[in-house]
Design a protein around this ligand. Structure first.
Ligand code: PLP
Length: 409
């Protein structure tokens, strides 16, 4: 019944889209201006230099009026030739979708993954851990003819709650002496998890608006390197809308070759201002702290965290594995209906076996605790026996690490 509105605000705790702060909602409502006029050129310059700061790059960032999937395709079509081989590491459902996209546009994706399944959960081992760079290095060393054009990895795998060490992938490519470009999906990492495009030697970083940047869905990004730009000049892949050259050229004059998403750009300027004012390091530390509190709750419930490797725990979301006889989507449904709280579903191979709690963007101690309370009550209503109160555990952790001192003194 679409006319039924439960009282109070909806608790959006899926791992993106994340809640849009009021300041950004207001920015979205500014009057749309002439996208070829002088006022727009100022906006464009502000956006382009600001977003580069968030990617921690000195190089250009291309902005598309498209969802993250568009930016995935854009990254590939600009640096490949038809039929090229690309090495894609399978960390989870999104890595797998990206490789399917690569196949559909005529590339030859080769999947690299940790073998086997977890004895406890039956999930693929590769879906519980970060990228194993040694597997990439081994495969690249075998490719003596350098047929592999690009290595593609997901920085923060949103389907599992596992974050990968991107610098280790760069080291693996260099150690193998291989010329493949490094393409990284940080769609759900950027603005929440530490990300350094230049320092980590990434050639194309892909991101989207609806996660750590706190905007609605609708724009996405390719951050480039010199090598990626050079490679794009030689690429023979048919492309038009996604082609970097025309966009980079138009951006120089503060415009786009087509009608840009003006109102999203207003909000993006405001979002960048919020992130830079807080300080990127503080933003990352805030996410880490909330993520730790969330895991403390899951451990106290006696449930399993999907990520099996503590050094790879995601600051963005936590995957919660339900006991084998409990349908995770049934639990989510109860939580949604009783508490007006949305949680992420288990994707692909994890369907029905786990749910995901997002703690990214506009999230604070109390919004996280509210979400955990909804989870705890919902799990109990679903008849799941819990070994303790996760909410209490999270409260204890948050109280002992309060950030008030830093802010008011
Ligand atoms: N990659 C990752 C890691 C994602 O989390 C998502 C979306 O959640 C995508 C790719 C696809 O992006 P979009 O749904 O914006 O097209």
């Amino acid at each position: 019944n679409l006319n039924f509105h439960p009282a109070g605000r909806h608790f959006l705790h899926i791992p993106g889209p994340s809640p849009v702060p009021d300041r950004l909602l207001r920015a979205l409502s500014y009057p749309t201006i002439d996208h070829r006029g002088p006022e727009f050129a100022l906006l464009a310059r502000q956006v382009l230099s600001g977003i580069a700061q968030v990617f921690q790059t000195q190089h250009p960032v291309v902005i598309y009026p498209a969802s993250g999937t568009g930016a995935w395709e854009a990254a590939l079509v600009n640096v490949t030739n038809p039929g090229d081989e690309v090495l894609m590491y399978e960390t989870g459902h999104f890595a797998s979708l990206w490789s399917q996209l690569a196949a559909r546009i005529g590339l030859k994706p080769e999947i690299v993954a940790l073998p086997g399944n977890c004895s406890q959960t039956g999930f693929p081992n590769s879906w519980r851990r970060g990228v194993q760079a040694d597997l990439i290095e081994r495969r690249l060393r075998e490719d003596s003819q350098h047929k592999i054009r690009a290595v593609c990895v997901v920085h923060n795998e949103t389907s599992t709650g596992v974050t990968s060490d991107i610098a280790s992938v760069r080291r693996a490519i260099d150690a193998a002496g291989h010329p493949a470009l490094l393409l990284v999906d940080t769609i759900s990492g950027l603005g929440s998890a530490d990300y350094r495009h230049d320092e980590w030697g990434v050639d194309v970083s892909i991101s989207g608006s609806q996660k750590g940047l706190m905007l609605p869905p609708g724009i996405s990004f390719n951050a480039l390197s010199e090598r990626a730009i050079e490679r794009s000049k030689l690429s023979t892949m048919p492309r038009s809308f996604w082609a970097w050259d025309e966009i980079l050229q138009a951006n120089q004059a503060g415009s786009w070759p087509y009608t840009p998403n003006t109102n999203m750009l207003y909000a993006l300027v405001a979002a960048i201002d919020m992130l830079i004012n807080e300080g990127l390091d503080s933003v990352f530390a805030r996410h880490q702290r909330l993520a730790t509190a969330c895991r403390q709750a899951v451990h106290a419930w006696g449930l399993e965290v999907q990520c099996a490797e503590p050094s790879a725990y995601s600051p963005v979301l936590t995957g919660v594995v339900t006991p084998p006889d409990v349908d995770a989507d049934g639990v989510r449904k109860i939580i949604y209906e009783h508490f007006n709280l949305s949680l992420g579903t288990g994707l692909g191979k994890l369907k029905g076996r786990m749910f995901r709690i997002g703690h990214l963007g506009e999230c604070n101690d109390l919004s996280l605790l509210a979400a955990l309370t909804g989870c705890e009550m919902g799990l109990r209503l679903a008849g799941v026996s819990l070994s303790g109160s996760g909410v209490s555990a999270a409260m204890t952790y948050l109280a002992s690490t309060s950030s008030v001192q830093a802010r008011y003194h």
